[in-house]
Design a protein around this ligand. Structure first.
Ligand SMILES: *Cc1c(COP(=O)(O)O)cnc(C)c1O
Length: 493
């Protein structure tokens, strides 16, 4: 049966093709697109293990992207996963201190977002062509630090697109900010807001659903789409590396085909770990998906109690990409937990909007057994960075450290893969302080050099580029001004 895409909120809304879902980003009723069914992978795991990353990606993605031809998808994949990664394995698996680390930071912006955002622009322009879209696509993106840069890098100078990124001006690391400000491409725009990620994301969603603004855009020849993980085209490519981690364990003789493994995932918007949930539904033998949070542990509390409550203090932490209180992809999980009940899902999302909290039923809660959840506070995160370095001289970034710390009680239950989401060079001050118990140099360049001296890892291309490119001027605004900033960019030529 052909897979189409439907909204999590409205059972009667028109089902759309994969390419249409990717172009739209969000369903018109405010819900998120989900596939009408999740395909089972029939190929034996031992056969999948023989495939390259690109070949495996084709195998996993083709059933979902069924209105893309074989040729189209292969062309997109070849452009996405090539020399733009500094490791030919794309997502190599390494072993440190009794756990496996899936290194997803070998792409152009040294964070895991590249695995999806190098592919999404390819899918989007192919989709635009396929649907005879005459309009220019405007990608609106809220970022907690890494999506912004990865999306700008992916869409830079892609004909027929513009990308506008909003980030919390005090909520990203100095390297993350500099990475965004040094991005080239006349079609890329980046703005800091006086607020946190949740405010940026909420306003982006509001702007998406603003019907009169949509008409105004339409008249001016524009259409919005999203590069956040609310876009199904961002989520699906992330399924691939769960299978790929398993392949590498098989090839290395660490497991036998069929053995169950754990994944520990540093979680913010719940996109990465949701891709792991899809992988499990597709037949990958996963024991536990461990949802790891930092001091903003709204998800840990949800998994342990069945109540989601965003009304709590917000903390800026050393792992900024997880500083999120409204995890947008949880909506897709609620849809599955309720046996694809759009009424229930919509109702819960309305409660979240109106009361700031909701509680799921006991039946839904019982289905959370696929997951485990925990959090690491700031001290535990720093201690974990130091512990791993002491054992085998490997430095991990703070997000990876959170997942690694939370995974510890699970290591004895099954081989455990920790999703290593960023390079330590993205957070040089934090990593240096954790390793040496002393304050790092304030300047980014000095802090990087200091860390390099200590961990003896060559700079990845992204860091070399950062050090040699001048920044554009930093622009900031109040969250309420986001819409008018977009108008200025799009209508004021
Ligand atoms: C985005 C990000 C995360 C969180 O991923 P989600 O899909 O939002 O849950 C974790 N670590 C890093 C480094 C990230 O950039």
């Amino acid at each position: 049966m052909e897979i189409l895409y439907q909204s999590t909120r409205d059972p009667l809304a028109k089902k759309v093709t994969a390419s249409q879902a990717i172009l739209q980003g969000l369903s018109p009723d405010g819900g998120l697109y989900v596939p009408t069914q999740i395909p089972i992978i029939e190929t034996p795991l031992i056969e999948l293990a023989k495939l390259s990353y690109q070949e495996l990606a084709f195998k996993i993605l083709k059933p979902y992207l069924n209105d893309f031809s074989t040729q189209e998808l292969q062309t997109c994949l070849a452009a996405a996963y090539g020399n733009n990664f500094d490791n030919p394995a794309i997502a190599p698996l390494t072993e440190h201190a009794g756990a496996f680390y899936l290194e997803l930071f070998h792409g152009p912006t040294i964070a895991f977002k590249d695995l999806a955002l190098q592919l999404l622009p390819q899918l989007m322009i192919t989709a635009a062509h396929k649907n005879q879209l005459e309009k220019e696509i405007v990608i609106l993106t809220a970022t907690s630090g890494d999506t912004g840069k990865a999306a700008m890098a992916g869409f830079a100078d892609v004909p027929g697109t513009k990308i506008i990124v909003f980030y919390p001006k005090n909520g990203v690391s100095p390297v993350q900010e500099k990475q965004m400000l040094t991005q080239t491409g006349n079609n890329t725009f980046v703005l800091g807001i006086d607020g946190n990620f949740d405010q940026a994301q909420t306003n982006v969603k509001k702007i998406f659903n603003d019907q009169s603004f949509k008409q105004q855009l339409d008249l001016n020849g524009y259409q919005f789409s999203s590069a956040n993980s609310i876009n199904i085209g961002r989520l699906l490519p992330q399924i691939v590396y769960y299978f790929y981690a398993y392949s590498q364990l098989l090839t290395a003789g660490k497991i036998k085909a069929g053995d169950k493994i754990n994944f520990s995932v540093p979680t913010g918007n719940f996109g990465d770990i949701l891709a792991g949930y899809y992988a499990k539904q597709m037949g990958l033998p996963i024991k536990k998906l461990i949802c790891a949070s930092n001091k903003n542990h709204v998800l840990t509390d949800f998994f342990n109690s069945g109540t989601y409550d965003r009304k709590r203090p917000f903390y800026v932490t050393s792992s900024p990409s997880m500083d999120i209180l409204v995890s947008s992809n949880l909506e897709r999980l609620l849809y599955y937990l309720s046996d694809k009940n759009s009424e229930t899902t919509r109702h819960l999302m309305e409660q979240l909007q109106e009361d700031g909290r909701y509680r799921i039923t006991a039946a839904m809660q019982a289905k959370l057994a696929d997951f485990a959840a925990g959090f690491a506070d700031e001290q535990q995160t720093a201690t974990e960075i130091k512990r791993i370095f002491k054992i085998d001289a490997t430095a991990v970034d703070p997000h990876t450290a959170v997942a690694s710390n939370v995974a510890q009680p699970w290591l004895t239950t099954a081989p455990t893969v920790i999703i290593a989401t960023a390079s330590p060079y993205k957070f040089p001050q934090v990593v240096w302080s954790a390793l040496t118990d002393s304050a790092a140099s304030k300047g980014t360049q000095k802090a990087l050099a200091q860390l390099k001296n200590l961990i003896k890892v060559p700079y990845p291309p992204a860091i070399k580029m950062l050090l040699t490119t001048t920044s554009r001027a930093k622009q900031t605004l109040a969250p309420e001004k986001m819409k008018s900033a977009i108008e200025n960019i799009l209508f004021d030529d």
